[in-house]
Design a protein around this ligand. Structure first.
Ligand code: AMP
Ligand code: ZN
Length: 430
């Protein structure tokens, strides 16, 4: 049973007390790591949650700089798994888990799925990537804990996805919203009508920004309910915040994280209801807690209590990011990764633009580059080879297959000051 009533309906006073206790334990634990032993050396045990705002922020770059073990709070022999955030700029960010962390994460994932209506009798198909990406294994363990028959199919291969859905009576699916659309049209081409031919009831959609309209479209096409699922590797992965049956904002599990919303410019904490950047403190992680972690995700805490009865506060749909990270079919990429790759190609000039559009219901990354005449013979077959080489280098750097094309010198807008290089043509965000 994963309706954890006692925890999920706790009164605010009790939540505050619990969080203060867990936060102080976390600070003590965190100080065993190299990074936080310095960063938190002046921090005494807190007597009030309001003092959290006096603790310095942690940012993604801190994690990279502390590579590989700077955030680890336990001896390495207590670690049972590592995950790594997508995006390979410099050192990756690595997240460690003890057996207890894995168990806690599975519990929180199971609770999330139960909240959205999944039950032991369901058949769960997990189309998220297995491996370093947290979407696969994270919910896999949660689904097994909940007791669902779990199909670890992983991403892609729409025909096989549909075949499994049909033959095993899949009822619950974890899926990236853009892939949900693509899968539908692939089924349609093959004469499958999910409403008639499949038993689907619930989709968990997450890993990338999407609109309420897209959710409704997915629900209508498949004839099911799609629930917004939010998470990030630095705080384990999926299961950080999840929609309940009311489908109005995501409950952020307050026995797992403390949410704050800050103004990304002034860094001041904002009151509930105001939009800003989500900052999370993991209060239930053993191997590697992160404290006041700037997620860069823009949202607001919904001040009104939810009519479902749960008291853990809700965050609104993610509106965008306060940095330049792009999420392409669920993979995180920074523009600088693309820039660095292009800079290493002598035939390519330094003038390029990045375009992200929707094609065939998926995100498509295109790079337009001006060529250096002097570095290039002008033969068409050489041009084709160069294109393939750049595409392969970019794929190796980012994990995403881009479409590279060349344009004549002087045709792209030349940057005076900071050039606008990224053109996101997707219709995302409310
Ligand atoms: P990763 O660490 O690779 O799991 O990526 C985490 C990031 O994916 C988050 O910081 C968000 O920017 C994005 N993300 C995850 N879930 C959602 C969601 N439901 N809606 C919007 N963005 C999301
Ligand atoms: Zn609710």
């Amino acid at each position: 049973m994963f309706w954890q009533q006692e925890i999920e309906t706790m009164q605010r006073n009790d939540i505050d007390k619990m969080q203060l206790r867990m936060l102080n334990d976390t600070i003590t634990r965190a100080k065993k790591s190299e990074f936080y032993s310095k960063k938190l050396s002046n921090i005494k045990p807190l007597t009030d949650l309001g003092q959290l705002k006096d603790i310095p922020f942690t940012v993604k770059d801190d994690l990279r700089k502390a590579f590989p073990y700077g955030f680890l709070c336990v001896p390495i022999d207590e670690v049972v798994r590592l995950h790594s955030s997508s995006g390979t700029t410099g050192n990756p960010t690595v997240i460690y888990h003890t057996a207890e962390d894995i168990n806690n994460w599975a519990n929180i994932s199971a609770r999330s799925m139960f909240t959205a209506g999944a039950r032991k009798s369901d058949v769960f198909q997990n189309t998220m990537g297995y491996g370093l990406f947290t979407g696969g294994l994270g919910f896999h363990y949660g689904a097994e804990k909940l007791g669902m028959m779990t199909i670890p199919i992983g991403p892609g291969n729409s025909k096989r996805q549909a075949w499994f859905m049909k033959n095993f009576g899949t009822t619950v699916v974890h899926i990236i919203p853009s892939y949900a659309l693509r899968l539908y049209y692939s089924m349609k081409e093959d004469g499958i009508d999910p409403k008639k031919d499949l038993k689907l009831k619930i989709f968990f959609i997450g890993a990338e920004q999407h609109t309420e309209e897209l959710r409704r479209e997915i629900q209508d096409l498949y004839g099911l309910k799609a629930f917004n699922s939010y998470g990030l590797s630095e705080i384990s992965g999926p299961g950080v915040a999840f929609e309940c049956e009311k489908q109005h904002g995501m409950h952020i599990w307050e026995d797992f994280v403390i949410p704050e919303i800050i103004d990304p410019e002034t860094l001041e904490v904002l009151p509930d209801g105001q939009e800003g950047e989500l900052v999370l403190t993991a209060i239930n992680r053993i191997a590697m807690p992160v404290i006041r972690y700037r997620t860069r995700d823009l949202t607001a805490i919904i001040p009104e209590p939810c009519s479902c009865g749960r008291t853990h506060r809700r965050i609104a749909r993610i509106k965008g990011r306060s940095d330049d990270m792009m999420i392409i079919n669920g993979v995180n990429i920074f523009p600088e990764q693309i820039e660095r790759t292009i800079m290493n190609i002598p035939e390519a000039s330094k003038n390029y633009i990045i375009e992200i559009a929707e094609r065939n219901y998926m995100d498509k990354l295109s790079i337009k580059i001006e060529i250096n005449d002097d570095a290039f013979s002008g033969k068409l077959e050489d041009l084709e080879k160069l294109k393939c080489r750049i595409e392969a280098d970019l794929k190796a750097e980012t994990g995403v297959s881009p479409d590279v094309s060349f344009v004549d010198r002087g045709t792209l807008p030349a940057g005076e000051g900071k050039a606008k290089r990224v053109y996101d043509l997707r219709k995302k965000g409310d």
